[in-house]
Design a protein around this ligand. Structure first.
Ligand code: SAM
Length: 172
């Protein structure tokens, strides 16, 4: 940045880049540094997410190399619009899918280890009795059942809503 400020003319040509960045003449204004760092500093300290709680409640080992959710969140917000589809081909515990869902994007997750994929469903469940979590886990974990994760989750969420509705005090 300092070199650019000294001699902007030879350092860059103002124009719209293919990435969509409009690198204008004002890029050479001295604002104390306009080139963002290419290092993202995000602590990996999540310790009480539904994923972690539900893994513990069912006795499943959480994925050992999870990303902090802020990492995919950064790239999804940067590179996509609501309604777009985000694909993670090494999804692990599907942090990316969870981040995409929160940002109103569609998502697709590929993961070769079915156990990781099964536990990733816990990211989409807020609170459920541990028997229900265990049942979800074992259905998703089963190798011979062609499972549609979304369908199973929808069933569970609907059941949860139905029981909350029937437990709510009726209006007169
Ligand atoms: C670093 S982990 C991803 C962690 C993920 N970002 C998260 O937050 O949970 C990489 C994942 O890629 C999976 N993997 C490796 N090779 C693969 C392949 N050929 N196809 C699909 N998944 C694969 C591994 O099983 C592992 O879970």
């Amino acid at each position: 940045m300092k070199k650019l400020l000294e001699d902007a003319e030879t350092f860059y040509r103002p124009k719209l880049r293919p990435s969509g960045h409009d690198i204008s003449r004002r890029f050479a204004d001295n604002n104390g540094g306009a080139i963002p760092s290419n290092l993202l500093q995000i602590p990996n300290t999540e310790s009480n997410t539904p994923y972690q709680r539900h893994c513990a409640s069912v006795g499943v080992k959480p994925h050992p190399a999870r990303f902090p959710e802020k990492l995919p969140t950064f790239f999804i917000e940067f590179l996509t619009d609501p309604g777009d589809t985000v694909l993670d081909i090494f999804a692990g515990s599907n942090t990316t899918g969870r981040a995409a869902e929160k940002l109103d994007r569609r998502w697709i997750a590929f993961e070769k280890d079915r156990a990781y994929l099964a536990a990733s469903a816990f990211r989409f469940v807020d609170e459920l009795p541990s028997e229900d979590l265990a049942a979800l886990w074992s259905r998703l974990r089963s190798d011979d059942l062609p499972v549609k994760v979304n369908r199973l989750l929808r069933e569970m969420v609907l059941r949860e809503k139905a029981s909350a509705y029937s437990a709510a005090p009726k209006r007169k």
